[in-house]
Each structure stands twice: as C-alpha cells, then as structure tokens.
Design a binder for this molecule. Structure first.
Ligand SMILES: Cc1cc2nc3c(=O)[nH]c(=O)nc-3n(C[C@H](O)[C@H](O)[C@H](O)COP(=O)(O)OP(=O)(O)OC[C@H]3O[C@@H](n4cnc5c(N)ncnc54)[C@H](O)[C@@H]3O)c2cc1C
Length: 293
C-alpha cells in the first residue's frame, strides 16, 4: 500500500523555513547510481522535500519517474516531480497525472517547459497546452488534493514582453490553483524582495520560495545567467575571477555567497529556500554546516 506524501501546503502552514533540493534526472544508469550516492549524503541535510526536473524530451522523462520513485521509496524523501507541457497532448498529461497521483506523489512543480534542444521557440503540441496555467488547471481539475508549485521570475521570464505581463501570468497561474511559487535563481536578494513586494501588491498571497544556486564555476554560471536573464553582481564576478582556476576556491566563493543570501533571506522572513545543486551533494552539505545554529 503506497503511503501518499503530505502536501507541501501543510508544511508551509507550520510557518517554518522549508529547505528543498532540486535534482535533475541522469542520462544513464551510472548517473542514477551517482545520484543515489548524492541522495544518501544529503540525508544529513534533512531537506523538507526534494524535486526532480522533467527533461525537454527523450528518455530522461522516464528517468524523472524512476528517480522520483527511488528517492521516495529508498530514501524516504518527500518528492516533488516536475511536469511540463512540452511534447504532450492533454490526454498524455492526464495519464501522467494519474501515474503521479497513483504512485503517492501529492506535490508537482507545474511548468510549460523549455523548448527541446534545437528548437528556439516553444510550440504547443496539437491538442496540447500552451501555458503553465493551463497545466495547473488540468492537474487541479483532475486531482484537487495535489499541491502545485509554479515558476516565478524575479528578473522576468526572457520571453515575456514586460515585467508587468510576466506578473500577470503569475497571477493567472496562482488563480488557476497553484499553491506556491519557486523562483528562478538569483544572486542579489534585493531582486527577490522587490519581486515578492510586486507579487503581494498584485494579490498573490501564496509562499514565494527563493531559488538559490551555489556557484560551481564562473563559466557555467555565466552561461546559465545569460540563458535565463539573471544578473550576476559585479562583486561576485570579481571574487570568482580572483579565485582563478582553483575549483575548490571557486566553490568556496560560491558557498560563501549563497550562505550570505540564505541568511539574509531567512532574516527577512522568506518561507524557506530551494537549492539548485546540479546533483552535487558538497555544496548543500557545506551550506547546511554553515547554517547550523
Ligand atoms: C523552479 C523552476 C523549475 C523549473 N523546472 C523545469 C523542468 O523541470 N523542466 C523544464 O523543461 N524547465 C524547467 N524550468 C524552466 C521553465 O520551463 C522555463 O523557464 C520555461 O521557458 C517557462 O516555463 P513556465 O512554466 O514559467 O511557463 P509559463 O508560465 O507558461 O510562461 C512562459 C512564458 O509565456 C508567457 N505567458 C504565459 N501565459 C501567457 C498568456 N496567456 N499570454 C501571453 N504570454 C503568456 C510568460 O510571461 C512567459 O514569458 C524551471 C524553471 C523554474 C524557475
């Protein structure tokens, strides 16, 4: 008998900061084994929940289900699988929802999704969905007991015509039934505080969880931030440049910056923080150690 997860909305109502960690599905069995080791090491961090991203297409999509299942069954984590509209018809999305719910998951990160590799633009599948708010409606309509997260963009989604239009979209997603928002990564807390203010003024009352990525390399973070339109503060760039080619110093700079961000966010009452750790345990362990009281 499958024990259903607790919906995260219940955890949020305890009003304590929630710690969560994001995994991505590995490409092969060796990657799954490495992820197992990361998941085992992270037991020390005791995340309140972990999430597993959904690939833009191909076999990693089955791996999302596989990895979500093993994180739940073998490690006892509360797992939030991600789901996107990319390449799926409504009927397929409904079937996936049935599987997710049947497997005991009660939390889903609900997204439109990035276009598959090689496509510059998102194109809806015939009889598929165009925007994340439509997937929120589909999932909530089918399973009202699912707790749904949606993506928020403190520095605007790259495709949005304006920050206002993007915020209107977030209002639509929450209006459709989203229970909380997780933000795109950011490196300047002021950006998050301004975003939350704008959300509240627009009538969004659900928790907005800040997404934090400890930097592992200047090259990699420059690529990520240019793809998602996130500002890299000059002082962080200078510190990473000063660390030069020494990976352990670069990681130490990244952890120190993320620690400063998280401390500041929790002092200002953020509902928790979501870590983008790229399947590496080290930075999450270092952050947990740095934050231990
Ligand atoms: C926390 C988090 C987790 C993520 N996980 C994944 C993942 O697992 N897999 C993956 O592929 N990607 C993931 N992404 C990336 C995400 O899929 C992309 O950013 C994608 O381009 C947009 O998805 P969305 O759900 O925000 O889309 P939407 O909310 O649909 O928005 C997409 C764009 O369309 C605009 N828009 C929305 N509705 C309308 C409308 N009615 N009219 C006009 N414009 C509209 C929005 O302003 C925005 O510019 C994640 C992002 C975040 C922040």
């Amino acid at each position: 008998m499958i024990q259903p997860d607790r919906p995260l909305s219940e955890l949020f109502s305890h009003r304590r900061p929630l710690r969560s960690i994001e995994f991505f599905p590995p490409k092969d069995d060796a990657g799954v084994e490495a992820l197992r080791q990361t998941a085992s090491a992270l037991k020390n961090v005791s995340p309140d929940f972990v999430s597993v991203t959904y690939g833009a297409g191909g076999s990693t999509r089955q791996r999302t289900a596989q990895v979500s299942g093993l994180l739940k069954a073998d490690f006892g984590y509360t797992v939030m699988p991600h789901l996107t509209c990319v390449g799926h018809t409504r009927a397929e999305l409904s079937e996936i929802a049935d599987r997710i719910h049947g497997d005991g998951f009660r939390n889903v990160m609900t997204l439109r999704g990035d276009p598959p590799k090689g496509s510059a633009e998102f194109t809806a599948t015939a009889d598929g969905l165009r925007h994340a708010n439509e997937l929120v409606s589909l999932l909530k309509g089918r399973y009202p007991d699912l707790c749904l997260g949606v993506a928020g963009y403190p520095e605007k989604h790259p495709e949005a015509l304006s920050a206002e239009a993007d915020l209107e979209n977030l209002v639509r997603k929450v209006g459709a039934g989203a229970d909380f928002v997780t933000t795109q990564l950011f490196f300047d807390n002021q950006v998050y505080y301004r975003f939350v203010d704008r959300c509240r003024k627009a009538g969004i009352t659900v928790p907005v969880i800040p997404g934090i990525m400890p930097v592992l390399s200047l090259k990699q973070v420059t690529r990520f931030t240019s793809m998602c339109g996130t500002l890299l503060p000059q002082v962080l760039i200078r510190r990473l440049e000063a660390a030069g080619e020494a990976p352990e110093i670069v990681e130490a700079v990244g952890i120190d910056w993320a620690l400063g961000q998280i401390r500041g966010l929790l002092e200002r009452g953020a509902p928790g923080y979501h870590l983008y750790i790229l399947n590496r345990a080290k930075s999450a362990l270092a952050l947990a150690a740095g934050l231990a009281a």
